[in-house]
Design a protein around this ligand. Structure first.
Ligand SMILES: Cc1cc2nc3c(=O)[nH]c(=O)nc-3n(C[C@H](O)[C@H](O)[C@H](O)COP(=O)(O)OP(=O)(O)OC[C@H]3O[C@@H](n4cnc5c(N)ncnc54)[C@H](O)[C@@H]3O)c2cc1C
Ligand code: FES
Ligand code: FES
Length: 495
């Protein structure tokens, strides 16, 4: 067991043996290192002012991801490199190409948001080769807010900086940094504190399951993109933290050919290519889930386990017929995702029971799939209503199974049982069956009425989404009103 956390700063290893379990990376940077270039805006992952780059090994290669330091626990960076806005200029003070382009493009006014933009763009610069497209940049900075400058000059800066060869000192040092990171990647369980108050990050799934069984009142932390807000906004004292991110293999996705096995600690960034390959709608949903920073660290496991009625992946997974794998000590069980949700705030997860995997059957040629997220803002906004639809279509265009799930329509993510029954056995283009399904949908849910959306709005929206899914599935309209085609639309460079 290792009673320290270790990470790389400015080419050197930092080792800490004392920290409060929920110390955030931002507080460490600003208060301990006095690296105050990284700003605190919202403290809840929304504004991006606190963005730093976290380097880690992915398939043996160094990769930098943007992370919201305000909701990132310090213990989560064990084994990583942290790069802040103070670190990226050359030793002689020459600005990094991203910084220089921001100056050239007049891309900063008050400057408060600027360090966050610079660091987001730094990670984009490191993650790509060749000239960037404006829509790529727009997607990447969806989690950075600026209220003064406007985004056009910021996007100009990113595009300009990408025009030349990428040979900044981070690229030059990539091999050495990867060497340092592989030195840090040991097989020790991390445990800092005592049995009443600790931050722990076991190195194996067995270790994780054992520790959680011993401390069922501990808080499991995946990416902390939900838990971070409990600390910062609800001021909750969480004395025992067990982080899943070091458990070997738990952050991976396996494709068995007929199903995806998503590890309980797999981030959106890892899962995205696998799920998006099932259907373009899923890719579009994930592109709009949180921001690049949130998707870098947030996990699908955390989204499912959190049990929010407006989480985006639970309705998706329910419509896809997915199951969760749960483990307590050595006992492992699986259950369909829809059975995981009992009522608002209550899931079928026992104290000390981990979510170790999500098993997602792949779509085949009998399936027609659609999912739509409706939120107040296009980017980085939680859904008001999220609908996911999988129709299995047999001979003669008959719907042999309809799986329809909604988020935002009840205290839990839930199937529309009446609408499903109305469509089962009907022809895909049978408009009378559609009418029965629309009527049944109104009885399927008594939605929430809150600041995000009124109950009436939610009912009308769900109705419209079901109609849209049926129209598209039946092929009675070829127009696709969602923004999947945005790439073509922005070919002229407009946002
Ligand atoms: C700015 C911002 C935007 C967001 N936008 C969206 C959005 O568009 N759509 C959306 O759905 N969500 C959104 N979220 C919410 C959040 O990002 C997701 O719910 C995310 O998937 C949580 O994953 P995590 O790993 O960060 O979870 P954590 O915060 O680490 O944990 C969340 C919960 O799950 C539990 N948990 C985590 N992993 C496990 C496990 N393996 N076993 C058992 N329990 C576990 C934790 O104990 C906790 O109760 C947003 C959050 C932020 C800050
Ligand atoms: S301070 Fe706003 S995202 Fe961190
Ligand atoms: S320059 Fe002021 S908020 Fe961006």
């Amino acid at each position: 067991m290792r009673q320290t956390i270790r990470f790389i700063r400015k080419g050197h290893m930092v080792e800490l043996d004392q920290m409060a379990p929920t110390t955030m990376l931002l507080d460490y940077l600003r208060e301990v290192e006095r690296a105050t270039g990284t700003k605190e805006g919202c403290g809840e992952g929304d504004c991006g002012a606190c963005t730093v780059a976290v380097g880690r090994l992915k398939d043996g290669k160094l990769a930098y991801e943007p992370v919201n330091a305000c909701i990132h626990m310090l213990g989560q960076v064990d084994g990583c490199e942290i790069v802040t806005v103070e670190d990226i200029a050359e030793d002689d003070g020459k600005l990094h190409p991203i910084q220089a382009a921001m100056v050239q493009s007049h891309a900063s006014q008050c400057g408060f948001c600027t360090p966050g933009f610079v660091m987001s763009l730094f990670t984009l610069y490191q993650s790509t080769d060749g000239k960037l497209r404006r829509d790529e940049v727009n997607d990447w900075i969806a989690g950075n807010l600026c209220r003064c400058t406007g985004y056009r000059p910021i996007v100009d800066a990113a595009v300009a900086a990408s025009a030349g060869t990428r040979n900044d000192r981070f690229r030059v040092a990539a091999r050495d940094t990867a060497g340092l990171l592989s030195f840090l990647a040991d097989n020790d369980d991390v445990f800092i504190g005592d049995s009443d108050r600790f931050f722990a990050a076991p190195a194996t799934v067995d270790g994780l399951a054992d520790l959680y069984e011993q401390h069922p009142n501990a808080t499991i932390v995946g990416g902390a993109t939900d838990v971070g807000l409990w600390v910062n906004k609800q001021l909750r004292d969480l004395p025992k933290i067990i982080h899943t991110g070091r458990a070997r293999g738990l952050d991976q996705v396996q494709d068995t050919g007929y199903e995806l096995i998503i590890g309980g600690a797999a981030t959106y960034a890892t899962v995205e290519p696998f799920l998006a390959a099932l259907d373009p709608d899923i890719g579009e949903l994930l592109r709009r889930l949180g921001s690049r920073q949130v998707r870098s660290r947030g996990t699908v496991g955390g989204n499912v386990a959190n049990g929010s009625p407006i989480g985006d992946t639970p309705p998706l997974l329910i419509a896809l017929g997915a199951s969760v794998e749960l483990r307590k000590g050595k006992r492992v069980r699986t259950l369909p995702v829809e059975e995981f949700y009992i009522e608002y705030g209550k899931q079928a997860r026992e104290p000390g029971e981990l979510l170790t995997a999500i098993l997602v059957p792949k779509l085949d040629e009998t399936h027609i799939f659609r999912c739509f997220k409706v939120a107040k803002r296009f980017d980085q906004d939680i859904s008001s209503v999220m609908g996911a639809f999988r129709f299995t279509v047999g001979e003669g265009g008959i719907i042999t199974e309809a799986r329809i799930a909604f988020g935002g329509m009840a205290g839990i993510p839930k199937r529309a049982a009446g609408a499903e029954a109305a469509l089962q056995g009907a022809a895909l283009r049978d408009s009378r069956a559609w009418a029965r399904a629309f009527a049944a949908l109104r009885d399927d849910f008594q939605p929430l009425d809150d600041h995000r959306a009124s109950a009436r709005y939610r009912v009308e929206t769900a109705h419209a989404l079901l109609g849209k899914a049926l129209i598209e599935a039946a092929g009675t309209s070829t127009s696709r009103t969602r923004i999947v085609g945005r790439r073509e639309k922005v070919a002229d460079g407009s946002r």
